[in-house]
Design a protein around this ligand. Sequence first.
Ligand code: XMP
Length: 516
Amino acid sequence: MATTEIPDGIVILDFGGQYCHLIARRIREMHVYSEILPSDATPEHIETLKSVMNLKGIIFSGSPSSVKAKDALKFNSEILEIGVPVLGLCYGLQLLAHMNGAKLEKAQEYGITKVYIDEPIGVLEGLNPYEYVWMSHGDTVFNVPQGWKRVAHTDRSPVAAMVQPEKKIWGVQWHPEVIHTEHGKEMISNFIFKVCKAEPNWRPLDKIDEAVKKITNIVGDRHAIIALSGGVDSSVAGALAARALGKNLTAVHVDHGFMRRNESNEVYEAFKTRNLKLVVVDAKNRFLRRLKDVTDPEEKRKIIGEEFIRVFEEKAREYKADFLIQGTIYPDRIESGITKNSDTIKTHHNVGGLPDIMDFKEVIDPLEDLYKDEVRELGKRLDLPKEIISRQPFPGPGLAVRIIGEVTEEKLDVLRLADAIVVEEIENNEISNDLWQYFAVLTNTKSTGVKGDERAYGYTVAVRVVESVDAMTANFSFVPWEVLERISNRIGNEIPKVTRIVYDITHKPPSTIEWE
Ligand code: XMP
């Protein structure tokens, strides 16, 4: 696709369902653009997207609530007059049924469920007489509204899928976007290509030219600055900005002293040969001083965030930057207020996300439409090293929120080494691909051990390894025993101050991924 062509796209209305992002990602993987809008978006609202997509269809997401609840979320009915096909998933189906006068009763289905395909047409084209799909609902549709046709049912759901053929409005009770739905991809593909007639003409890689042009147009021959934490997002944004601005960009990497082993070095190595000014600020002492005697996790976060801004402000003034470039990605943007229906579990203060109090003419977010895996794709194309592209998510306050209690230089040294061992063993054993994060935590429990023939009293290190899709929920990973044993042996042998190593076997919820 030439960069000037506008790709076909699908809008997803977000009713707060946990799989909303997954729907968007599945569609984008099929090279059709998609954007998530709030459930009450109007046709005018959708019209504003016409510079980024040709609207081909609309999907209603699931929701944690019931359509019969007093404050149930509805959609603006004028949406149906736009004339593009619509697909309601789970709550989306129930809403369409309820609005059209169908009977809904409580009848739960949860997990992998056998569904009978009554008519393999449209969204269900090419499917078997029965399919295994992922269900997660409390209300069930009991009859088909007038003008609609039932196309699938289950033993407990008399209407598991239905269609209004003239208007091409579809509803399915299950979640095709979840991998447990055997032919889920085919169902989504049927909707976007066969029902909506979209063309697969969107590529995240087109973003390179587009972003470079955008940055150049805005900044011209003035000066911009970027906070380069070394995470995937800021690194990719930095590489794009370097391509656009060259010497008119200053990248500032603030080493607060809470980085993992060798991290600041890797950032320096990855960027030193690029055509940009890179400043590494060694601010370890000032951060550590400010954290003296501080034990409360939120207070730690606040202090680190404030101190970061102070350092960054000093540098922005020094380099007379008019513009700030950031690595905000699409899920960050969604979570910070574009949609409002999903539950917020914990507010993160990302020290890389700088607030309005700073005096810039404009803030530029070249990655604001992309998901993490799409950003990684761009990173590869921009020749960023593997260590940076495959980097795990890492909290802005770094190791400071993985040390329970007061942060000291001694504890940082112990944790940095323990963390490096966990990372090395997981990666050497080639099990990192399916993992979201793997790291060490330094607990504030001391315990008795034997080192050599002597009694020792030392630190307890916890090992945390989780699998996740979007960090909203996570499962501890079934890491092979042999790998855990190697991690334990190495930490015990290589770090004299550690006398006990434990494995964290809690999912999220009830725990968060990080310990603080
Ligand atoms: P939790 O611990 O809330 O973390 O389950 C979810 C994801 O967010 C990362 N995380 C942070 N990222 N600043 C950040 O930039 C923070 O303060 C922060 N706290 C947690 C965490 O690593 C996980 O991937």
